[in-house]
Design a protein. Structure first.
Length: 189
């Protein structure tokens, strides 16, 4: 059990009989005799719907600890990404919406940590920065008044991001998954 003031993004909770993932949590301190409250955005694990809820700072909340398993990415379609347990060969399908922007960086054979709550897959733990290879680039775009010049690059995973003009096809780069943005050239091994 934890209190309402201890909530933070990424936690899994059982609220009103349903399982939720905290998307965002902001604490608002109280004044005088009014206690503080935690405003939280919660995503239902089963339906994917988002709701907002306020928790008193001293309210007891049932926190769930996700079970984590390392699974190998197999393939994806328009709706799901499919993963396999390397030892038992059991396959698991996860909705691409639950994976978020990381879905565009999945590659065949990549091993990722999948989180399960009550036996249901709820998402993956993906690194913040990944290495990718630039497959193709477009000519640089010079915007009026802009000091930086960027161009579009298509990565080997099919993702399209903006990169500096000195990056060419075949180069390995590092990409911030959450921002979907170029970070730097990848270090040579």
């Amino acid at each position: 059990m934890l209190t309402g003031s201890e909530l933070h993004a990424g936690m899994a909770l059982r609220v009103d009989g349903g399982v939720y993932r905290v998307v965002d949590a902001t604490y608002h301190g109280g004044q005088g005799k009014m206690g503080g409250v935690m405003h939280a955005k919660l995503r239902n694990v089963e339906t994917g719907t988002v709701r907002e809820r306020r928790f008193r700072a001293d309210e007891a909340i049932d926190e769930l600890t996700p079970e984590r398993r390392d699974l190998q990415f197999l393939y994806s379609d328009d709706l799901h990404a499919y993963f396999m347990h390397p030892d038992t060969f059991d396959q698991v399908a996860i909705e691409r919406g639950r994976i978020g922007r990381a879905a565009s960086f999945l590659r065949d054979g990549l091993v990722v940590t999948v989180e399960f709550i009550d036996g249901q897959p709820v998402g993956i733990v993906f690194p913040e920065v990944v290495d990718a290879v630039v497959a193709d680039t477009t000519p640089p775009v010079h915007a009026q008044g802009a000091t930086n010049v960027w161009k579009q690059a298509t990565l080997d995973t099919g993702s399209v991001i903006m990169v500096p003009p000195f990056i060419g096809p075949g180069e390995a780069i590092r990409v911030d998954v959450a921002r979907h943005a170029y970070v730097e050239r990848a270090k040579k091994k």
